[in-house]
Design a protein around this ligand. Structure first.
Ligand code: ZN
Length: 138
């Protein structure tokens, strides 16, 4: 069995952002030389997400506005922020949008539905954050 591990680092210019990371994952799969297997992609931070959806800018804005309604940025609103942090909202947003995705690798590529793409969702950016890619297979 082959394995391949890779870490991506993101430092978004905005506190909240959505980044298409499908090309980086495809590159990792090519490097792994795995033709049939499984690819795990997860955020290594509790204030950012990895998820699969459509690569459509209106939808990305909809996601950001939706999570902002559910967990608005408000330093005084969250007990978590009593610790001196200001990212109580980001922990909740990350939980809504998810930690990781697992994708089948078939014939050396991501075995996606027609519109599926992988995204990094940032909810407390402006600093280095890591994403893990783990690929196993033959
Ligand atoms: Zn925090």
């Amino acid at each position: 069995m082959k394995t391949h591990t890779e870490y991506l680092t993101f430092n978004t210019k905005n506190r909240y952002d959505i980044v298409n990371i499908t090309p980086q994952v495809e590159t990792a799969i090519r490097k792994s030389k795995v033709k049939e297997g499984i690819c795990l992609v997860n955020s290594m931070h509790i204030t950012s997400s990895v998820f699969i959806n459509d690569n459509e800018s209106g939808l990305h804005q909809d996601f950001l506005e939706w999570v902002e309604k559910l967990a608005p940025y408000n330093v005084k609103k969250y007990r978590h922020n009593l610790t001196g942090e200001d990212n109580g909202d980001a922990h909740l947003k990350r939980t809504i949008m998810g930690r990781e995705v697992v994708i089948a690798i078939t014939e050396g590529g991501l075995d996606f539905g027609p519109w599926e793409q992988i995204f990094y969702g940032e909810f407390d950016g402006l600093r280095n954050k890591r994403v893990l890619i783990k690929i196993i297979g033959e």
